[in-house]
Design a protein around this ligand. Structure first.
Ligand code: HEC
Ligand code: HEC
Length: 415
């Protein structure tokens, strides 16, 4: 199917026929892989260029874009210190401290803690007591934060990999909204998170973070800079007070805000550079195709995983050629789903306590353990954790034979 035909198809029919489209997309992806294998075997044609590795820039960037990627990589890897604005309370001193495995921009075994108070379905982030994110370090011991006794919900969240996020950012809101399904009988619904994007001031479809709490990489960069590292910036100019204690903050905070520095040479702030780095970071490389993966892919579709884990979306028109009308093999609808027992109880941005964003599955072989709190060692364990809207899919998976479950896991480890 050509790009333009697929585009027209999705324009006219929306995603009402999403499972049909999902089947054909997975089939198209696999056919493309098989075709590229076959053509590589014919001695006459030159071998295809090797795919970008974890941590590489997107293929096809211009010289200027590559320079921006590298400049951003420097910012991303830079250790901040108290004199450059780190803290007073923070989680780590660089982005790369939590986003490094299996290469720069990846995940890590570092978890962050969120807390709050849930009562009768409503959630109070206990902002006045320093919630909902706990900063577990401080530049001096007297600043250390604690989970307050008022909190009755405490949740741990894994650091997520950042590969391919520029492609995800380049998917239009309309494309994501077309994935919202109504009137299906498998219990799967899905809801787009509508968030106010601090960088643009617009209401946009959130797509980043476990709760789809941010819509753009620039806003996420500003948010992470202040909340994970204590670096105030033009989007988030206010420091977090330890346990919400403003007097203590005043005592500990000696660097003038905003702390994010302007670079005269590039005309950019740190947050702009961080966004450039993430925007130009290549997606996770799939493994070379393997014939039995076709059967695993079919099982994935048969048991309804693709109702939420949409194999592919297209980016829209984009001024960056490498992001313009590109296939994104993300395996997510980027929507919030009621996940029942699995959800973390934290209300954040547009997401309620019982909702989580469908986690993209690309690069899965390098991002374990799985689920927001890392409770699952294997893909099989992750599926067992699925509840709520995903209950019927989990039950269908459980009815597969052991060898079929194995084929599906192998497929998932290859994407
Ligand atoms: C203390 C560890 C830690 C540090 C430091 C950190 N992050 Fe993260 N990052 C996380 C965690 C945990 C998540 C998942 C957050 C969530 O959704 O609750 C995350 C998620 C993200 C996401 C969303 C990814 C997605 O797939 O949706 C982006 C973007 C991001 N971080 C960028 C950054 C940048 C830029 C920096 C540096 C300014 C940074 N992070 C520093 C732990 C960290
Ligand atoms: C109703 C939507 C829905 C369905 C159906 C669904 N998932 Fe998920 N999946 C999610 C959500 C939401 C998450 C993130 C949940 C969390 O961590 O709290 C997730 C997470 C995952 C993860 C962990 C990813 C990571 O990075 O930690 C895996 C693996 C996974 N799903 C595989 C599957 C498979 C295989 C199926 C089919 C048997 C399936 N899912 C069906 C919504 C769904």
């Amino acid at each position: 199917m050509s790009k333009s035909i697929r585009h027209r198809l999705s324009q006219h029919h929306g995603f009402a026929s999403s499972s049909l489209i999902a089947v054909s997309l997975v089939a198209t992806g696999i056919l493309l892989l098989v075709a590229s294998m076959a053509s590589a075997q014919q001695k006459k044609s030159p071998p295809p260029p090797p795919p970008a590795k974890f941590g590489d820039p997107l293929p096809g960037l211009t010289g200027d874009q590559l320079a921006a990627f590298n400049d951003g990589l420097g910012e991303f890897s830079d250790d901040e210190t108290p004199s450059s604005g780190l803290g007073p309370i923070f989680n780590r001193d660089s982005c790369i401290a939590c986003h490094s495995a299996p290469a720069v921009g990846g995940s890590s075994d570092i978890f962050v803690t969120r807390f709050g108070r849930g009562t009768h379905g409503s959630f109070d982030p206990l902002t006045a007591l320093g919630g909902s994110l706990l900063q577990e370090r401080a530049i001096v011991p007297s600043g250390l934060e604690h989970v307050p006794p008022q909190a009755n919900i405490v949740a741990h969240r894994q650091s997520t990999p950042l590969y391919g996020l520029g492609l995800i950012e380049a998917i239009s809101d309309a494309t994501i909204l077309r994935g919202v399904r109504t009137g299906r009988n498998d219990g799967v619904k899905g809801r787009a998170a509508i968030v106010t994007d601090i960088a643009s001031g617009k209401n946009l479809v959130g797509r980043f973070g476990w709760k789809a709490q941010q819509a753009t990489l620039l806003s996420f960069a500003g948010d992470a800079y202040v909340n994970e590292m204590g670096i105030t910036n033009r989007l988030f100019p206010v420091e977090n007070a330890p346990d919400g204690n403003l007097a203590l903050l005043k005592k500990l905070d000696h660097v003038a805000d905003p702390e994010d520095k302007f670079d005269q040479v590039t005309g950019k702030f740190g947050i702009d550079k961080l966004a450039d780095f993430m925007r130009y970071l290549a997606p996770p490389p799939p493994l070379p195709p393997n014939a039995s993966n076709i059967f695993g892919a079919k099982l994935f579709l048969d048991v309804g995983c693709a109702s939420c884990h949409t194999p592919m979306m297209m980016t829209g028109k984009n001024s960056v050629a490498a992001l313009n009308w590109q296939r994104v093999m993300l395996y997510s609808d980027l929507l919030l789903h009621d996940m029942g027992q699995l959800a973390d109880g934290i209300g954040q941005a547009d997401a309620h306590g019982n909702e989580m964003k469908t986690a993209p599955l690309w690069g899965l072989r390098a991002s374990g353990p799985y689920l927001h709190d890392g409770r699952a060692k294997t893909v099989g364990d992750a599926i067992e954790g699925h509840d709520g809207e995903a209950k019927s899919s989990r039950e269908k998976y459980n009815r597969l034979r052991h060898d079929q479950q194995k084929l599906m896991a192998e497929f998932l480890m290859s994407i």
